[in-house]
Design a protein around this ligand. Sequence first.
Ligand code: DHB
Ligand code: FE
Length: 311
Amino acid sequence: MEVKIFNTQDVQDFLRVASGLEQEGGNPRVKQIIHRVLSDLYKAIEDLNITSDEYWAGVAYLNQLGANQEAGLLSPGLGFDHYLDMRMDAEDAALGIENATPRTIEGPLYVAGAPESVGYARMDDGSDPNGHTLILHGTIFDADGKPLPNAKVEIWHANTKGFYSHFDPTGEQQAFNMRRSIITDENGQYRVRTILPAGYGCPPEGPTQQLLNQLGRHGNRPAHIHYFVSADGHRKLTTQINVAGDPYTYDDFAYATREGLVVDAVEHTDPEAIKANDVEGPFAEMVFDLKLTRLVDGVDNQVVDRPRLAV
Ligand code: DHB
Ligand code: FE
Protein backbone atom coordinates (compact mmCIF):
# COMPACT_ATOMS: atom_id res chain seq x y z
CA MET A 1 0.00 0.00 0.00
CA GLU A 2 1.19 3.48 -0.75
CA VAL A 3 0.84 6.14 1.90
CA LYS A 4 1.68 9.84 1.63
CA ILE A 5 2.76 11.55 4.84
CA PHE A 6 5.74 13.67 3.80
CA ASN A 7 3.79 16.88 3.46
CA THR A 8 1.93 16.55 6.76
CA GLN A 9 2.64 19.05 9.51
CA ASP A 10 3.78 16.18 11.74
CA VAL A 11 6.56 15.11 9.39
CA GLN A 12 7.59 18.67 8.54
CA ASP A 13 7.82 19.54 12.26
CA PHE A 14 9.74 16.33 12.89
CA LEU A 15 12.31 17.23 10.18
CA ARG A 16 12.97 20.55 11.92
CA VAL A 17 13.37 18.85 15.29
CA ALA A 18 15.69 16.14 13.91
CA SER A 19 17.83 18.82 12.20
CA GLY A 20 18.25 20.76 15.43
CA LEU A 21 16.41 23.76 14.04
CA GLU A 22 14.33 24.01 17.20
CA GLN A 23 17.48 23.93 19.40
CA GLU A 24 19.84 26.61 20.59
CA GLY A 25 23.50 25.92 19.94
CA GLY A 26 25.14 23.83 17.25
CA ASN A 27 26.16 25.11 13.84
CA PRO A 28 23.51 26.94 11.76
CA ARG A 29 25.10 25.98 8.45
CA VAL A 30 25.19 22.31 9.38
CA LYS A 31 21.57 22.52 10.50
CA GLN A 32 20.60 24.12 7.20
CA ILE A 33 22.35 21.47 5.12
CA ILE A 34 21.14 18.53 7.20
CA HIS A 35 17.56 19.83 7.14
CA ARG A 36 17.63 20.04 3.36
CA VAL A 37 19.35 16.69 2.74
CA LEU A 38 17.18 14.91 5.29
CA SER A 39 14.06 16.39 3.74
CA ASP A 40 15.14 15.29 0.26
CA LEU A 41 15.86 11.76 1.53
CA TYR A 42 12.58 11.45 3.43
CA LYS A 43 10.78 12.59 0.31
CA ALA A 44 12.68 10.09 -1.84
CA ILE A 45 11.68 7.30 0.56
CA GLU A 46 8.05 8.26 0.10
CA ASP A 47 8.13 8.98 -3.64
CA LEU A 48 10.02 5.78 -4.50
CA ASN A 49 8.33 3.76 -1.77
CA ILE A 50 11.77 2.68 -0.54
CA THR A 51 11.29 -0.39 1.64
CA SER A 52 12.78 -0.93 5.08
CA ASP A 53 14.96 -3.69 3.61
CA GLU A 54 16.31 -1.33 0.96
CA TYR A 55 16.92 1.37 3.54
CA TRP A 56 18.88 -0.93 5.87
CA ALA A 57 20.90 -2.27 2.95
CA GLY A 58 21.90 1.36 2.37
CA VAL A 59 22.94 1.82 6.00
CA ALA A 60 25.07 -1.34 5.88
CA TYR A 61 26.58 -0.09 2.61
CA LEU A 62 27.66 3.21 4.16
CA ASN A 63 29.31 1.34 7.04
CA GLN A 64 31.20 -0.80 4.53
CA LEU A 65 32.21 2.25 2.50
CA GLY A 66 33.72 3.87 5.57
CA ALA A 67 35.37 0.69 6.83
CA ASN A 68 37.12 0.34 3.45
CA GLN A 69 38.09 4.04 3.31
CA GLU A 70 36.27 4.30 -0.02
CA ALA A 71 33.99 7.34 0.39
CA GLY A 72 36.56 9.39 -1.53
CA LEU A 73 36.50 6.81 -4.32
CA LEU A 74 32.75 6.59 -4.65
CA SER A 75 32.52 10.39 -4.78
CA PRO A 76 34.14 10.82 -8.22
CA GLY A 77 32.41 7.65 -9.44
CA LEU A 78 29.04 9.27 -8.77
CA GLY A 79 30.23 12.45 -10.46
CA PHE A 80 30.28 14.72 -7.41
CA ASP A 81 33.91 15.76 -8.02
CA HIS A 82 33.21 16.63 -11.64
CA TYR A 83 30.02 18.42 -10.67
CA LEU A 84 31.98 20.64 -8.26
CA ASP A 85 34.38 21.41 -11.15
CA MET A 86 31.44 22.29 -13.39
CA ARG A 87 30.21 24.70 -10.72
CA MET A 88 33.65 26.33 -10.43
CA ASP A 89 33.82 26.62 -14.22
CA ALA A 90 30.43 28.33 -14.21
CA GLU A 91 31.51 30.72 -11.45
CA ASP A 92 34.62 31.57 -13.47
CA ALA A 93 32.55 32.12 -16.60
CA ALA A 94 30.27 34.47 -14.67
CA LEU A 95 33.34 36.43 -13.52
CA GLY A 96 34.80 36.46 -17.02
CA ILE A 97 37.77 34.29 -15.98
CA GLU A 98 39.19 32.11 -18.71
CA ASN A 99 40.95 28.89 -17.75
CA ALA A 100 43.37 28.25 -20.61
CA THR A 101 44.34 25.05 -18.82
CA PRO A 102 41.14 23.36 -17.64
CA ARG A 103 40.81 22.24 -14.07
CA THR A 104 39.84 18.69 -13.34
CA ILE A 105 39.31 16.58 -10.26
CA GLU A 106 41.98 15.99 -7.63
CA GLY A 107 40.94 12.43 -6.84
CA PRO A 108 41.44 10.84 -3.42
CA LEU A 109 45.09 9.79 -3.67
CA TYR A 110 47.23 12.92 -3.17
CA VAL A 111 49.78 12.85 -0.34
CA ALA A 112 51.36 16.06 1.00
CA GLY A 113 55.07 16.23 1.72
CA ALA A 114 56.68 14.91 -1.47
CA PRO A 115 60.38 15.63 -2.07
CA GLU A 116 60.99 19.03 -3.66
CA SER A 117 63.62 20.07 -6.21
CA VAL A 118 64.25 22.87 -8.67
CA GLY A 119 63.73 22.37 -12.40
CA TYR A 120 64.04 18.60 -12.57
CA ALA A 121 63.14 15.48 -10.62
CA ARG A 122 63.40 11.75 -11.06
CA MET A 123 60.07 10.47 -9.79
CA ASP A 124 60.31 6.68 -9.92
CA ASP A 125 62.77 4.58 -7.94
CA GLY A 126 63.57 2.30 -10.87
CA SER A 127 62.02 -0.76 -9.22
CA ASP A 128 58.98 -1.30 -11.49
CA PRO A 129 60.01 -4.17 -13.77
CA ASN A 130 57.51 -3.11 -16.44
CA GLY A 131 58.32 0.59 -16.23
CA HIS A 132 58.74 2.38 -19.55
CA THR A 133 60.72 5.58 -19.15
CA LEU A 134 58.73 8.77 -19.55
CA ILE A 135 60.17 12.26 -19.89
CA LEU A 136 57.45 14.76 -19.03
CA HIS A 137 58.14 18.46 -19.26
CA GLY A 138 56.64 21.83 -19.99
CA THR A 139 56.40 25.49 -19.10
CA ILE A 140 54.22 27.16 -16.50
CA PHE A 141 52.77 30.45 -17.73
CA ASP A 142 51.49 33.29 -15.61
CA ALA A 143 48.14 35.00 -16.14
CA ASP A 144 49.74 37.33 -18.70
CA GLY A 145 51.13 34.41 -20.67
CA LYS A 146 54.75 34.88 -19.56
CA PRO A 147 56.88 31.92 -18.38
CA LEU A 148 56.73 31.77 -14.61
CA PRO A 149 59.87 30.89 -12.62
CA ASN A 150 59.54 29.66 -9.04
CA ALA A 151 56.08 28.08 -9.49
CA LYS A 152 55.48 24.88 -7.53
CA VAL A 153 54.46 21.92 -9.70
CA GLU A 154 53.26 18.92 -7.72
CA ILE A 155 52.95 15.75 -9.77
CA TRP A 156 51.70 12.33 -8.72
CA HIS A 157 50.72 9.20 -10.60
CA ALA A 158 50.34 5.43 -10.44
CA ASN A 159 52.77 2.65 -11.35
CA THR A 160 52.30 0.07 -14.12
CA LYS A 161 49.79 -1.82 -11.97
CA GLY A 162 47.69 1.31 -11.51
CA PHE A 163 48.68 1.59 -7.84
CA TYR A 164 49.78 4.75 -6.03
CA SER A 165 52.48 4.83 -3.35
CA HIS A 166 50.95 5.09 0.14
CA PHE A 167 47.80 3.38 -1.21
CA ASP A 168 49.41 0.33 -2.81
CA PRO A 169 47.75 -2.89 -1.58
CA THR A 170 50.85 -4.91 -2.58
CA GLY A 171 53.02 -2.82 -0.24
CA GLU A 172 55.70 -2.81 -2.95
CA GLN A 173 56.25 0.92 -3.29
CA GLN A 174 58.46 3.12 -1.16
CA ALA A 175 57.13 6.31 0.39
CA PHE A 176 56.60 9.06 -2.20
CA ASN A 177 57.45 6.87 -5.16
CA MET A 178 56.14 8.81 -8.17
CA ARG A 179 55.26 11.87 -6.12
CA ARG A 180 57.40 14.99 -6.51
CA SER A 181 57.26 18.77 -6.20
CA ILE A 182 59.26 20.65 -8.82
CA ILE A 183 59.93 24.36 -8.59
CA THR A 184 60.07 25.84 -12.08
CA ASP A 185 63.47 27.10 -13.23
CA GLU A 186 64.37 30.60 -14.41
CA ASN A 187 62.56 29.88 -17.71
CA GLY A 188 59.38 28.71 -16.00
CA GLN A 189 60.10 25.12 -16.97
CA TYR A 190 59.68 21.82 -15.16
CA ARG A 191 60.99 18.45 -16.25
CA VAL A 192 60.60 15.00 -14.74
CA ARG A 193 61.86 11.57 -15.53
CA THR A 194 59.43 8.85 -14.49
CA ILE A 195 57.61 5.86 -16.00
CA LEU A 196 54.37 5.70 -17.95
CA PRO A 197 51.52 4.99 -15.55
CA ALA A 198 48.82 2.41 -16.21
CA GLY A 199 45.13 3.07 -15.83
CA TYR A 200 43.50 2.70 -12.44
CA GLY A 201 40.71 0.35 -11.42
CA CYS A 202 38.58 0.51 -8.28
CA PRO A 203 39.31 -2.33 -5.85
CA PRO A 204 37.30 -5.08 -7.56
CA GLU A 205 35.77 -6.47 -4.35
CA GLY A 206 35.22 -3.10 -2.68
CA PRO A 207 31.95 -1.27 -2.02
CA THR A 208 32.54 1.33 -4.76
CA GLN A 209 32.82 -1.34 -7.45
CA GLN A 210 29.92 -3.20 -5.87
CA LEU A 211 27.63 -0.19 -6.40
CA LEU A 212 29.01 0.47 -9.89
CA ASN A 213 28.14 -3.14 -10.75
CA GLN A 214 24.55 -2.46 -9.71
CA LEU A 215 24.58 0.53 -12.08
CA GLY A 216 26.00 -1.56 -14.92
CA ARG A 217 29.13 0.61 -14.91
CA HIS A 218 32.85 -0.18 -14.89
CA GLY A 219 35.26 1.37 -12.37
CA ASN A 220 38.24 2.15 -14.61
CA ARG A 221 40.22 5.29 -15.22
CA PRO A 222 42.55 5.89 -18.17
CA ALA A 223 46.30 6.28 -17.54
CA HIS A 224 46.65 9.77 -16.07
CA ILE A 225 49.04 12.09 -14.25
CA HIS A 226 47.92 14.54 -11.56
CA TYR A 227 49.03 18.15 -11.10
CA PHE A 228 48.74 20.87 -8.53
CA VAL A 229 50.38 24.10 -9.69
CA SER A 230 50.73 27.07 -7.36
CA ALA A 231 52.58 30.39 -7.54
CA ASP A 232 52.53 33.80 -5.91
CA GLY A 233 49.72 36.02 -7.17
CA HIS A 234 47.90 33.12 -8.82
CA ARG A 235 45.16 30.65 -8.05
CA LYS A 236 46.20 27.08 -7.40
CA LEU A 237 45.41 24.89 -10.41
CA THR A 238 44.27 21.30 -9.86
CA THR A 239 44.30 19.19 -12.98
CA GLN A 240 45.36 15.94 -14.66
CA ILE A 241 46.55 14.84 -18.06
CA ASN A 242 45.48 11.64 -19.77
CA VAL A 243 47.85 9.61 -21.89
CA ALA A 244 46.31 9.66 -25.39
CA GLY A 245 45.21 6.33 -26.80
CA ASP A 246 44.12 4.64 -23.57
CA PRO A 247 40.86 2.72 -24.15
CA TYR A 248 39.30 4.54 -21.19
CA THR A 249 40.40 8.07 -22.17
CA TYR A 250 36.85 9.02 -23.11
CA ASP A 251 35.21 6.49 -20.79
CA ASP A 252 36.58 7.49 -17.38
CA PHE A 253 34.51 6.26 -14.43
CA ALA A 254 35.58 9.42 -12.53
CA TYR A 255 34.64 11.81 -15.39
CA ALA A 256 37.97 13.68 -15.24
CA THR A 257 38.82 13.70 -18.97
CA ARG A 258 38.51 17.13 -20.55
CA GLU A 259 39.32 18.72 -23.88
CA GLY A 260 42.87 20.03 -23.72
CA LEU A 261 44.04 17.47 -21.16
CA VAL A 262 44.70 14.51 -23.47
CA VAL A 263 48.41 14.39 -24.30
CA ASP A 264 50.30 12.19 -26.76
CA ALA A 265 53.15 10.08 -25.44
CA VAL A 266 55.66 10.29 -28.28
CA GLU A 267 57.99 7.30 -28.50
CA HIS A 268 61.71 7.97 -29.10
CA THR A 269 64.13 5.26 -30.23
CA ASP A 270 66.72 7.46 -31.90
CA PRO A 271 70.13 7.10 -30.15
CA GLU A 272 70.69 10.87 -30.31
CA ALA A 273 67.45 11.54 -28.43
CA ILE A 274 68.25 8.79 -25.90
CA LYS A 275 71.66 10.35 -25.27
CA ALA A 276 70.34 13.91 -25.13
CA ASN A 277 67.79 12.91 -22.49
CA ASP A 278 70.31 10.95 -20.45
CA VAL A 279 68.19 7.77 -20.45
CA GLU A 280 69.25 4.15 -21.02
CA GLY A 281 67.04 3.26 -23.97
CA PRO A 282 63.84 4.01 -25.85
CA PHE A 283 61.52 6.33 -23.95
CA ALA A 284 58.26 8.20 -24.22
CA GLU A 285 58.01 11.98 -24.11
CA MET A 286 55.01 14.05 -23.07
CA VAL A 287 54.96 17.84 -23.22
CA PHE A 288 52.41 19.75 -21.20
CA ASP A 289 52.34 23.49 -20.55
CA LEU A 290 50.01 24.94 -17.94
CA LYS A 291 48.70 28.47 -17.64
CA LEU A 292 47.62 29.88 -14.28
CA THR A 293 44.94 32.45 -13.48
CA ARG A 294 45.23 35.55 -11.35
CA LEU A 295 43.98 35.83 -7.78
CA VAL A 296 40.53 37.41 -7.56
CA ASP A 297 40.64 40.58 -5.46
CA GLY A 298 43.84 39.27 -3.95
CA VAL A 299 42.47 35.87 -2.92
CA ASP A 300 42.25 32.39 -4.35
CA ASN A 301 38.47 32.27 -4.55
CA GLN A 302 38.38 28.58 -5.47
CA VAL A 303 41.10 26.92 -3.45
CA VAL A 304 39.83 23.61 -2.08
CA ASP A 305 40.59 22.68 1.50
CA ARG A 306 39.92 18.99 2.08
CA PRO A 307 41.36 16.38 4.41
CA ARG A 308 44.49 15.01 2.75
CA LEU A 309 47.06 12.45 3.81
CA ALA A 310 50.28 14.14 4.92
CA VAL A 311 53.45 12.20 5.66
C1 DHB B 1 39.99 7.70 -8.14
C2 DHB B 1 41.29 7.31 -8.35
C3 DHB B 1 42.16 8.15 -8.98
O1 DHB B 1 43.44 7.83 -9.25
C4 DHB B 1 41.72 9.38 -9.39
O2 DHB B 1 42.60 10.15 -9.99
C5 DHB B 1 40.43 9.76 -9.18
C6 DHB B 1 39.56 8.91 -8.55
C7 DHB B 1 39.05 6.83 -7.43
O3 DHB B 1 39.45 5.75 -7.04
O4 DHB B 1 37.91 7.24 -7.23
FE1 FE C 1 44.55 9.28 -10.04
